[in-house]
Design a protein around this ligand. Structure first.
Ligand SMILES: [Fe+2]
Ligand SMILES: [Fe+2]
Length: 348
């Protein structure tokens, strides 16, 4: 998988017209699509999506971008309230979605070091220590993108670009929690609920985290349209992995690992963002979100580990899945940050 080249912008999608063809279905009523798309056309979509996935797996940056852009657009059907009809529930679209998901899952699993999941200790607190050690020894931990680039070099324009890329997870963390908590009970549900209530500003609308995050957009004047156009393939992937894991009940344990690690890594990263913000003298209103999460997310991570991870880690199946989700987060975040390093990026 090529990670050095940063690919965004829809211009590179010309070899893969299937991305726009399927996208154009998404604001049509599901039943109408399913009645009008013939079996032959369905098979043709399937063939061309397989080809897109194969090219992506072989390292074609445009195919990887097209795959993740289409997946994110289809996920929009289940993560956003529509203004008109949508393809939500369409069998034709579901078939494409599943192909994209399977390829995305296979790519992440293909990046796991072989045998790593077998190395997890069985005792729950030892398991947690092992997870943290995995993270601390991973190149993503204290990555130079934050520790050097953001902290000491980034310009206001770099920060603007940075927050656009971060929107796919930070901009909807509350909805991710809401999706992943379905079916949980006891201490885990309570922990997710407390975390969610923090996301809701503990009842104060002006303190809702997504609202605070969006204040950055006001500083930088970023429109929703620019947002989609500017997202790189790896940023789209980060958001897609989060939705994928939070949405499927059989990936609940992976979501526990993925989101837990996201919270645990955030404080040190945000210290660097706040440092850059102060260094550049940008307006205070835009940095409230990051300042807040330096303390809130250390608390969230601790609560998550103690109340969600450790109790779940009694079972071997859960341990493997939590570790898998944790590693997906570490690995995908590392590739994303590598891509963002200025000397590697083809353009910024
Ligand atoms: Fe938050
Ligand atoms: Fe949090």
């Amino acid at each position: 998988m090529e990670t050095g080249a940063e690919v965004s912008g829809q211009a590179g999608l010309a070899p893969y017209p299937v991305v726009e063809e399927v996208s154009s279905l998404l604001n049509r009523p599901a039943d109408e699509i399913d009645a009008s798309v013939s079996l032959g056309e369905r098979a043709d979509f399937s063939t061309r999506v397989s080809e897109l996935n194969a090219k992506s797996a072989a390292g074609d940056p445009a195919a990887f971008y097209g795959q993740q852009l289409l997946l994110s657009r289809i996920y929009g059907l289940v993560t956003q309230l529509p203004e008109g009809p949508t393809a939500e529930g369409s069998i034709v679209v579901q078939e494409v979605l599943r192909q994209l998901e399977q390829a995305t899952i296979a790519a992440e699993d293909g990046m796991l070091e072989s045998g790593i999941l077998d190395a997890a200790p069985a005792e729950p607190t030892a398991f947690l220590s092992w997870l943290k050690k995995l993270a601390k020894e991973h190149r993503v931990y204290k990555h130079p993108y934050y520790r050097e680039f953001i902290r000491d070099q980034a310009t206001a324009d770099d920060l603007r670009h940075y927050v656009i890329q971060e929107s796919v997870v930070d901009g909807r963390f509350d909805d991710l929690l809401a999706m992943m908590q379905v079916g949980t009970s006891g201490a885990a549900k309570m922990e997710i609920a407390e975390n969610f209530w923090d996301e809701m500003g503990n009842g104060d609308p002006s303190q809702v985290h997504t609202h605070l995050f969006n204040q950055i957009y006001e500083v930088f004047d970023i429109s929703p349209d620019e947002l989609e156009r500017s997202l790189t393939a790896n940023a789209l992937l980060s958001g897609n992995l989060a939705v994928l894991l939070c949405r499927y009940r059989n990936l609940y344990a992976e979501a526990v690992g993925f989101l837990g690690m996201t919270e645990w890594l955030a404080p040190d990263r945000f210290v660097q963002v706040v440092h850059a913000w102060d260094r550049l003298g940008l307006p205070d209103i835009g940095i409230v979100y990051h300042k807040l999460h330096i303390t809130v997310d250390s608390r969230h991570a601790a609560g998550w580990f103690h109340n969600v991870v450790v109790p779940a880690a009694e079972s071997e199946r859960m341990r493997r899945a939590i570790a898998r989700g944790t590693l997906w987060r570490l690995n995908s975040s590392a590739r994303y940050l590598d891509e963002r390093m200025p000397e590697l990026a083809s353009h910024r």
